[in-house]
Design a binder for this molecule. Structure first.
Ligand code: 3PG
Length: 306
């Protein structure tokens, strides 16, 4: 059986070696397609693969159709908005993610971005401190929880809004629970976004929420750019000269944002939230282990297209 790792943004070498060991110890073969720039290379490579590991690489219907033997695809990471799930399901391909495996890397970046924005992107001038500020966690999942934990170390007061997590569970962790997103945004100087990109959430963060933020507020987005309503972001930043926006992956209108709002905007040049050796090892090895378990025993834990 052939396991293909197809990563336009490759894993750290040490993670690839770990994946290789797991795959070969199980008696399977590893194929690598790294740094590809032409999707035709992916179509070719996946043609005879039994299993596929990707990162943010798009597994479209075309990729699925090009695969003759594919049984399982694992997104080494949390968000699986890059997988065409109906296309996978139609061909009986199991799709999985590896929840929690790269969360700490993303959480650390979110706090780093808060400090960076509070200190004027590390340029001269008077900044501010995180101590004593209110932090709103928008979605209290694996990353949100870790952001909350680290933020408490900075002396921030942590609020959260997540309709899918029990209020008591959040309260037990010392979180002030908000019952609406509006409440979260109106109370918090910093809001850290951790919602997935799906039909319900795309373009859901816009004028109504952001205009409610307290003075000198900042939105930190280490989730997905698609959840931002970009036109409304321009509108609110125009009206509110005190607000800032930092994101891991530039908005579609990033050039316009920088031109209009300068240092109130920051975007990483390429998504780096999960770009640590530790996160690559955790997510990469988990993917390989999940594939081996599925191929050997039929285990479908972490399947997202059930
Ligand atoms: C995730 O959803 O896990 C992160 O966005 C990581 O994405 P990446 O593998 O492309 O770095």
């Amino acid at each position: 059986m052939k396991i293909l790792v197809a990563t336009e943004k490759p894993f750290a070498k040490v993670a690839v070696e770990g994946i290789r060991q797991i795959v070969e110890n199980a008696g399977f073969e590893l194929a690598l397609l790294e740094n590809y720039t032409d999707v035709n290379d992916l179509y070719k490579a996946v043609a005879d693969a039994d299993a596929l590991i990707v990162r943010s690489d798009k597994v479209t219907k075309e990729v699925v159709d090009a695969a003759q033997k594919l049984k399982i695809v694992v997104r080494a990471g949390a968000g699986y908005d890059n997988l065409d799930l109906p296309a996978c399901t139609a061909k009986n391909i199991v799709a999985m993610n590896t929840p929690g495996q790269n969360s700490n890397a993303v959480a650390e970046l979110a706090l780093g971005m808060m400090v960076f924005m509070a200190r004027n992107q590390f340029t001269p001038g008077t900044g501010s401190e995180l101590l004593g500020k209110n932090l709103g966690i928008h979605a209290y999942g694996n990353v949100g929880k870790l952001v909350a934990k680290i933020a408490k170390g900075f002396g921030m007061k942590v609020y959260a809004f997540d309709p899918f997590v029990k209020k008591e569970d959040m309260e037990a962790e010392g979180i002030v629970v908000c019952s609406t997103a509006e409440e979260l945004y109106s109370k918090c100087h910093y809001v850290s976004l951790h919602i997935p990109a799906n039909e319900q959430t795309k373009k859901s963060i816009g004028y109504d929420l952001l205009s409610k933020m307290p003075k000198k507020g900042a939105l930190i987005n280490t989730a997905r750019k698609e959840v931002i309503h970009e036109e409304e972001l321009v509108k609110v930043l125009t009206e509110r000269e005190d607000l800032k926006y930092a994101t891991d992956v530039a908005a579609g209108n990033h050039a316009e944002l920088v031109e209009k709002f300068g240092a109130r905007i920051f975007a990483t040049p390429k998504k780096i939230g999960a770009e640590t050796a530790e996160a690559n090892i955790n997510a990469g090895l988990a993917s390989a282990n999940q594939i081996v378990k599925f191929l050997k025993t039929g285990d479908t834990t972490f399947q997202v297209n059930k």
